[in-house]
Design a protein around this ligand. Sequence first.
Ligand code: TXA
Ligand code: MG
Length: 318
Amino acid sequence: MTAEIGTDIGRVAAFLQAGQVVGIPTETVYGLAGNALDADAVLTIFRVKNRPAFDPLIVHTDSLEKVSQFVSTIPAPARQLAQAFWPGPLTLLLPRRSVIPDLVTSGLPSVAVRIPHHPLTLALLRALPFPLAAPSANPFGYISPTTAHHVADQLGEQIPYILDGGPAQVGLESTIVGFDEQGPTVYRLGGLALDQIEAIIGPVSVRTHSTSNPAAPGMLSSHYAPRKPLILLPPGQSPPPADRVGALVFREPFGGIPADRQRVLSPGGNLNEAAKNLFAHLRALDSLPVDMLYAEPLPNQGLGFAMNDRLRRASVRE
Ligand code: TXA
Ligand code: MG
């Protein structure tokens, strides 16, 4: 099988209705989507992605009414966030109803739900009689895809179709927020910045540093990684001069490293533009004839926190 790449929503819907899995665009990253209510389709997602079954999936839909069919309650702060940011790069953890298969939540009592902001995928979701379970469309542990071609490069032999919605406009996976006795908690930093969330519901806790507990959302510590070893530099530090290295930089290239082995995230210093470029630039650097990669940390503001989080997880540590 070699995936067809196109924009035919009717064809995609037919594959999904037949229980197959396909690539879909969202504003964050591309997803590997299947019928969330069909345990066989969900199993296919895990198999294609080579993903461990303890890592649960996000359920995508197109309206708050549909969300209510999959979850038993929506706490007030969750509803406020949904109203403010859906469709958008926000995932909410909500108590699930039994219509959601165990496999989707890895047996957890909450289901992760999101309304993505992409015209093609919203049209697809409106046309389907079921929601879509969709992890990022990359092999487990690798960098998330932000174009249809990224998906084709890695999973194209295993799926029939990739819906091409152009480059992802946000470029970072959704921010994941859960609600328990202690109040709203961010479990994964992502494409919706923390200060935007706090502007709506007040202070939230952040708990994203799970190294070993897979039941805690989102965050195995070594993840999102290129194949080449990556070193995240301390702020303000330049790498030693070298030829066979690549560098990911924020505004301007480092001296001492060939210019064609460096990728600039945003010459104008715009963090949203940097986020949009992050994964594509990392992929491009990963395929250069170099032995290792350096990355410059981003300023700790706005989407900079989430980008630094991804770079930390992608980097080699002692
Ligand atoms: O932006 C995104 O969220 C993209 C697009 C395709 O929507 N999807 C995505 O999915 O990043 P994935 O599977 O790569 O990451 C989802 C994360 C996982 O790390 C998982 O642990 C967490 O969400 N998660 C999913 N369901 C959960 C649940 N019921 N409880 C806790 N964490 C959950
Ligand atoms: Mg992922």
